[in-house]
Design a protein around this ligand. Sequence first.
Ligand code: F6R
Length: 605
Amino acid sequence: MCGIVGAVAQRNIVPVLIEGLRRLEYRGYDSCGVAVLANGEPKRARSVARVADLDDQVRETRLEGATGIAHTRWATHGAPVTDNAHPIFSRNELALVHNGIIENYESLREMLRGKGYEFVSQTDTEVIAHLVHSLYRGDLFAAVREATAQLHGAYAIAVLHKNQPHTVVGARQGSPLVVGLGEGENFLASDALALAGSTDRFIFLEEGDVCELTLEKVRVFDRDGNPADREVRQVAAYGGAVELGPYRHFMQKEIFEQPRAITDTIPQADSFDASLFGENAQKAFSEIDSLLILACGTSYYSGLTAKYWLESVAKIPTQVEIASEYRYRDSVPNPKALVVVISQSGETADTLAALKHAQSLGHKHTLSVCNVGTSAMVRLTELSFLTHAGREIGVASTKAFTTQLVALFVLAMTLGKMRGHVSAAQEADYIRQLRHLPAALNSVLALEPQIIAWSEEFSRKENALFLGRGLHYPIALEGALKLKEISYIHAEAYPAGELKHGPLALVTEAMPVVTVAPNDALLEKLKSNIQEVRARGGQLYVFADADTKIVNDEGIHVIRMPEHYGLLSPILHVVPLQLLAYHTACSRGTDVDKPRNLAKSVTVE
Ligand code: F6R
């Protein structure tokens, strides 16, 4: 989703801005641009192609300047055409970039038209540019503070004005923005990652903050217009660029990184202790009577899987809800419920808003399971558990999902132990199983050649059904999501027991039915569901455990998983589904790491 980079320096800053955009490319975008003050005038280059094209343009036109802002745009208001690409100018005096959506842009546009402003784009952003310009009386910082007070919606912005050649002003509300502190130069970005190599000292702006960057100084004012003293944090982890190595795509690399990511996420300690979730966790966990899990997309599916663990092991009632639904419906708050938000990025707008909504309803205890320690979600929750997946570049989430599952399993075990449902012997056994997971995953990854053979058949299909039962129903959902988002094959997942309540009508010889068939209590039921499909001529593709007696037969294709893994089995069973989606997408020639219309970090509603 949109990315922002800005800088005030005493050197040509364009290469830093372009490099920053490159680092934000993984978030997804459909146009990009950069503006600098060149000889006292705002000058820009914009492209509806990739950042590499923008780089060629700035070299050819020798665009140079020491104060600048840059942007990758993921279209919301207005098509991805050059006129809508940021930076947006106001009367050739002010340039502005924006991430987010302004809800009251129509009324503001009418008001600004009345003042003689002409609109040349279809963006909501142009309203902010003209609004700041209309309020400018020699102090850009003051004009932005006045303008943001009139905006409804979500935004992160960066602005420059020709009359203040060494100033960039930023503001955030609902979309992330960080300040990077340099020596005699300062930076702004929507993600600290964009500034790797330029600085490792950051201020993570809070909701409603407005900041002013000059060469030697950074000033921050809070939403009430008072000077705010924000903590400066050293973030060293944003080192060099992520390399693809021997892999064809980042998604493939990230699938194969899962044994390492899981090793890094499994706690070192030999016991499931509340302190793994934060200082106050012991007390908080002893005060709760249920869980309310809020998340979106793949992270929601990890929550659905966790519900099975939390209710079967910890015996604690658990509700899992899609964040974008929860935030807008009337719900009955239970202040004794622990609110758990799950997110790879920690910046997903819907999940953040759902968390704030839960807090506003009186939920006291909150926990984030997140892959980014400096994210807004981690900062907003009382407790947190960080997954250590490392940077995930592919838009389709893989290693973030399996590490979330590890975190949530540890949560279920910790609560189960505290509530007297996990004995010392069981605890030791589950810790042993967790430690063995990376090796078990390596054996699953070795199934890749068999999955490639299946993917060639899948690539010719336009529809697919995924079936699972119990713990593995969310895994079927995740398998279907992976297939549709990167191969564009329409895929639906059902709990297998639902088959004859509707979806069986879809089953013909043309319909591949992927079945997750671990050797658990529901296996016999699942075998009956398999027969129901076979009887209608459906083609079955079964991921069966080593010890199930499902064998290759006419219309039944079986890949056998290396070992049966009990409660942790979902973490293994999702991996072949990731590989199936990946190789099917490769056969269809789609842009695997950047599927159409999707963004990595969904920072708008
Ligand atoms: C799918 C995918 C998305 C994300 C969702 C939430 O592969 O990646 O469905 O899971 O947008 O994102 P996070 O986890 O960053 O909150």
